[in-house]
Structure formats: structure tokens, C-alpha cells
Design a protein around this ligand. Structure first.
Ligand SMILES: NC(=O)c1ccc[n+]([C@@H]2O[C@H](COP(=O)([O-])OP(=O)(O)OC[C@H]3O[C@@H](n4cnc5c(N)ncnc54)[C@H](O)[C@@H]3O)[C@@H](O)[C@H]2O)c1
Length: 366
């Protein structure tokens, strides 16, 4: 078992990575959570695949009830949070109650926000079941939902939410056997982002292990998840609430969030991140912040693992720039971009709009 620890102001929590952990989670949680009453919020695709082994692992001391959540960006909204808050009441959870989020990043973000809000905050454990959620979303305490933008402007990603750290994060790479290849690739998108921020050797690992990773081989997955989570922990431990260095984790995301909600592009989060990474690197290249070799290396790994590096159809760059202005990091309508540089990444409020426009054009916008 790999046992990591996250230290943030106000406490610390374990991150456990172990093949075959799922049926033992109930037993492990006994040492972590004092109460024995909780609600398991399942991704509705995950419950029929892995729910039974998880629920059977809770001994008769536990009173655990379960509800389903449809994992889609459309259901990642306040109404879903309202429904789950009602479910908490119906389940009789009090302030000692526990919410276990079992699913991908959508389930973790939504159920995490419910845990942050119910009775002003109850305990949460994250049990991620996608590669993307294991390497990124489940660790660090960001929770939230999307909001509809004004005037029918589409969906604003993660515009309502809270920082709410879990009591533990429990990962079983064996559950990734049922995840389709497209979703495994999406997880690699966030790993490539981690590599650009803090550890270029991760690109070598992805290159050498890609066949095993995409075949969901536990050893390859465990190695990848371990390295990626260590990077994520080192960033959040330095900046729990994203006042500084943690913003680096948004590399590529201001671009990604503008394209992810566009239905005709049919992009999943990790795919949008891959295109966003290329756009951000293109800006950095034009501003002389990064060597062309590094951009080429990143793009070649993105393409090698089968992630998109361009939009599949031409979207007006002006429309994408307009959506970017609703990004959480924007200040007074001014874009704040995280860009790769020779030290990893840095944050910029002053990137000229024509540079952003050309970056969009390089990835296929018009
Ligand atoms: N909180 C954070 O720090 C953070 C970081 C990165 C991304 N995110 C958010 O995470 C979301 C993306 O997460 P995701 O990529 O995990 O997507 P997701 O939650 O939509 O899951 C992807 C798909 O995989 C299915 N699935 C999940 N586990 C499975 C399994 N083991 N076997 C078979 N199918 C399974 C789901 O039903 C879904 O269809 C986005 O909304 C993004 O904004 C949050």
C-alpha cells in the first residue's frame, strides 16, 4: 500500500493507494471517522460495477445509506446539490455524519460541496474511481458546481463551491479496469499538466508506461498515481486556498473551461485540458517564456497517448475569449493566465489579447 499524507492548515489527512482496497474501505474508515452513520453518494455507473463490494465492507456497526448521482457536467449544478441535501436529511445525518463520494471528479466535486454545506459542514471521504479524480480532483479540497452564465452564455465551470478538505482519500487502481480508454486518457491529460508544472520526468513515465496504463495494469497505474498525487500534494501543501502557487494547477484550465461546455465539440474535461495546455504553451512560446522543444515534447506526448491537441471544429476565438472572462481567476474583466515557463509555471494578468487570440487559432479556432 502507498500511504501519503496531506498537511493543510487545521489538520492533515491520509491518501491511500492500494490495489484491492475497495472491499476493505469500511474497515479502514473505522480508524479514520469517529461516527458510524453516513451517506454514500455513488456515481450511478459505478454503483452497479463496484458498489456491492464497497457496501459489504461496512460491518453491521455502520449505518450507511446510498444514493446515486448521474455524472455529467449538466447535472453538476445547484439543483443536484439541493436534492442531495434533502437526501442527507432523509437519511437522518447529524453533524457527526459522513459523506462518502464514490465516483469521478463530478461526483467528488458535487458530493464534496454537499458535505461542505450540510449543517455548515460534515465529514467527507473521497473514493475516486476515475484516473482523473485519483491524480487530481479528489486531493486538495476543491468542491463545487457549475453555474449558467448570463444571457444564455452557456455554463460557467465550477463558479459556486467551497474549499472542503476530506478526512481521507482512498484509491483502488483495480476499479479503473472498468473505465473506458477515453477516460483513462483524460486522466493522463491532468498528469501531463502535473509534469509541466513540477516534474518533467512524469512525461518520460507516461511515454514508457503508456501501453500498460491504457490497459489499466495495476502496477503501471499505481506508479503513475503515486507520482502524480505527490506532485499535487506538494503544490496544495504550500497554498491550500489558491492565493499563490496553487493557481499553477490551473495550467491550461482557463482555456479548457471555455471549450469544455461547448456541446458540438464533445470534449471531456481531460481532453479540454490537453487542448488548453497546448494553447497556454503557445502563448508562453510567443512571449518568449519557454523553449520550443518543451512545447513540442508536451504536444507529442499528448498526441502519443491519443489526446486531442486541436479543436475538432472551428469555433470563433472571440466567443472563447468572451467565455474566458467568466473564469474564476479573472479580475476586473482582465484574464489571469497560468503559463509554462523555464521554472515550471507562472501567473500573468497582462497577456495581450492578440496573443491569446493567436493561441486559440493555433489549436483550431478562427
Ligand atoms: N476538485 C478539483 O480539484 C478538480 C480537479 C480536476 C477536475 N475536476 C472536475 O472533475 C470533473 C471531471 O472528472 P472525471 O474526468 O473523473 O469525470 P466524471 O466524474 O464525469 O467521470 C467520467 C465518466 O466515467 C464514469 N466512471 C467513473 N468511474 C468509473 C469506473 N470505475 N468504471 C467505469 N466508469 C466509470 C462516470 O460515470 C462518467 O461517465 C470535471 O467536472 C472537473 O471540473 C475537479
Amino acid at each position: 500500500m502507498i500511504d501519503l499524507n496531506v498537511s493543510v492548515p487545521g489538520g492533515s489527512y491520509p491518501v491511500m493507494i492500494e490495489a484491492g482496497l475497495f472491499p476493505q474501505i469500511g474497515e479502514r474508515l473505522k480508524d479514520i471517522h469517529g461516527g458510524r452513520h453516513g451517506l454514500v453518494v455513488f456515481d450511478d455507473k459505478v454503483r452497479p460495477l463496484h458498489g456491492q463490494s464497497l457496501m459489504e465492507g461496512f460491518s453491521s456497526e455502520w449505518n450507511m445509506q446510498a444514493v446515486d448521482l448521474e455524472a455529467s457536467e449538466a447535472s453538476k449544478r445547484l439543483e443536484t446539490v439541493g436534492g442531495l441535501l434533502d437526501d442527507c436529511l432523509v437519511a437522518g445525518l447529524d453533524r457527526g455524519g459522513l459523506i462518502a463520494a464514490v465516483g469521478g471528479g463530478i461526483t467528488g466535486d458535487v458530493a464534496g460541496f454537499v458535505a461542505a454545506s450540510y449543517m455548515r459542514g460534515i465529514s467527507l471521504v473521497q473514493i475516486p474511481t476515475t484516473l482523473l479524480a485519483m491524480v487530481d480532483a479528489s486531493v486538495g479540497g476543491k468542491t463545487g458546481v457549475n453555474l449558467p452564465l448570463p444571457d444564455g452564455g452557456g455554463i460557467g465551470k465550477n463558479l459556486a463551491g467551497a474549499f472542503w478538505q476530506p478526512e481521507a482519500v482512498l484509491m483502488d487502481p483495480l476499479v479503473l479496469k472498468t473505465l473506458d480508454q477515453r477516460e483513462l486518457r483524460c486522466g493522463l491529460g491532468e498528469c501531463i499538466k502535473h509534469a509541466m508544472i513540477a516534474d518533467p520526468s512524469m512525461l518520460d513515465l507516461i511515454e514508457s508506461d503508456r501501453v500498460g496504463i491504457l490497459a489499466a495494469e495495476p502496477d503501471c497505474l499505481e506508479r503513475l498515481i503515486h507520482q502524480a498525487v505527490q506532485i499535487k500534494i506538494s503544490v496544495i501543501e504550500n497554498d491550500e486556498r489558491e492565493s499563490g502557487v496553487r493557481a499553477s494547477l490551473n495550467l491550461g484550465h482557463t482555456f479548457a473551461h471555455a471549450i469544455e461546455p461547448i456541446g458540438s465539440l464533445d470534449l471531456r474535461h481531460g481532453e479540454a485540458v490537453a487542448i488548453g495546455l497546448v494553447a497556454a504553451a503557445t502563448c508562453a512560446l510567443e512571449l518568449g517564456m519557454i523553449e520550443v522543444d518543451r512545447v513540442d515534447r508536451m504536444r507529442s506526448i499528448i498526441e502519443l497517448v491519443g489526446l486531442p491537441s486541436r479543436l475538432s471544429s472551428p469555433i470563433p476565438a472571440a466567443q472563447l475569449i468572451q467565455t474566458m472572462r467568466f473564469d474564476k481567476k479573472a479580475h476586473d474583466g482582465q484574464l489571469r493566465l497560468v503559463l509554462p515557463d523555464s521554472n515550471g509555471v507562472s501567473i500573468h494578468d497582462d497577456v495581450p489579447m492578440d496573443v491569446v487570440q493567436r493561441a486559440w487559432e493555433v489549436v483550431g479556432a478562427v
